[in-house]
Unconditional design. Sequence first.
Length: 479
Amino acid sequence: DAQVVAGQEQPAGPGIADGKGEHPPEPLDAAVAPLLVGVQDDLGIRLGAEAVVVDCPLCQFNLDRGQEAGGKRQEARGRRQEARGRKIVSLLPYPLLLISVVLVLAVVVWGPVNRSLAWPIPTPTPVATPTPTPNPAQIVDQFVPRLQAALAGQNWERAEEIVALMKAVDPSGDEVQAWARITFLRHGQALVEAGQVQAAQEQFDRAVVVAPDDEEARRWQQATRAYLAGQAALEAGDWATAIRSFGDVCAQVPDYGDALAQLVEAYCRQAQAAVDQGDLSGAIETLSQAHERLPDEPRVTDLLASTYRQRGIFCEERGMLEQARADLEAALALRPGDAEAQAHLDRVLYRLFPPKRIEIDISQQRFYAWEGDTLVYSFPTSTGLPGQDTAIGHFQVLDKMPMAYSSVWRLKMPYWLGIYYVGNIENGIHGLPIRPDGSVMWGGLLGQRASYGCVILSTEAARLIYDWAEIGTVVDIHY
């Protein structure tokens, strides 16, 4: 026989295998197993804890077996719970690791997180701190760096957009008005440099609107208006108005665009118009004003020099030699290399101040004094005797003495003009020599060779030449 406990087939116990006993031979699992299972299920661990007395030996045995089976079941259940606990513990680091990674990423991306990782511990509820609302001036300050960058890059459209935003935030703020003035003023100045003066006028007007008392804005506004007036006058041929207008521009803003070039153009056109009408004096007056204002302007200097030269030649041709001289000298002062002006000036000076020149003709024994092409004096003379010949050549008056003395010849020589040296002895032009006793030599020999090498004149002629000639006066001696 066999008995089944909890559905398992077991070998028959002693006293049961032979069929002896008071209980019928029904398999044990069919009669006892349900009872044991039921008791175990109902009482659980209490079945093994209480002292249960059973009169029936077989039942006592089966109860013992049931108690033993219940203990085993309890032990198996404990082992399963322990295994589950170990599994939970073994799985616990993975969620913690995941949480740690998330926290590290949060710190990297959003900065430190002021939260405790001990989430099960109750923490105080954070109180929200209200964010202060910035005032208009603070908001405007945030636009300033962007506006400065736009101005530096001359991005005028962007700059004006930013100014409009600043005005919308703080319409009457002083800082907004100041930045608006700067933006409009700089935009206008850039337009002037680009030659867009009409558009620049609009910007300067806007600058004056936001800053009516700003001197710089008003100066640029007025200079721009004067420039536009000068342009209109230049186009209309009104040179005087153009000169006045562009002169005002340069006075207010010296480096205003091409105002200086426009002023030069107006001066030159007015002067040329005067020249075309034959009014050289009017042209010189205009260009002299321009040169006084613009001394380093080459166009004005060249035109003024050529106009002076032109008037100088005109005056020379009409015998107005003093005026011709002044004009030609003025032309050369402006342009020293003007060869044409120099040639005309030489001719004028020759006529005004003809060069003095002494001519001595040995073959004719004549003495001539010239001023330019005009013969001033002509006298008979006596030159050196043969063997003591007067030198021929081109000389000049070296010195003048009222009375010279020759220690060699012991002679006085009145109205001396020295002209050349022979060794250490100087020969010259003088009056009739005077002996130590006061008598005069060669008085009756004038007109023939008689001297020791000097050029002899009568005492009166020598006085005239002495007063007329200057040191440096040219002396030509020839046959």
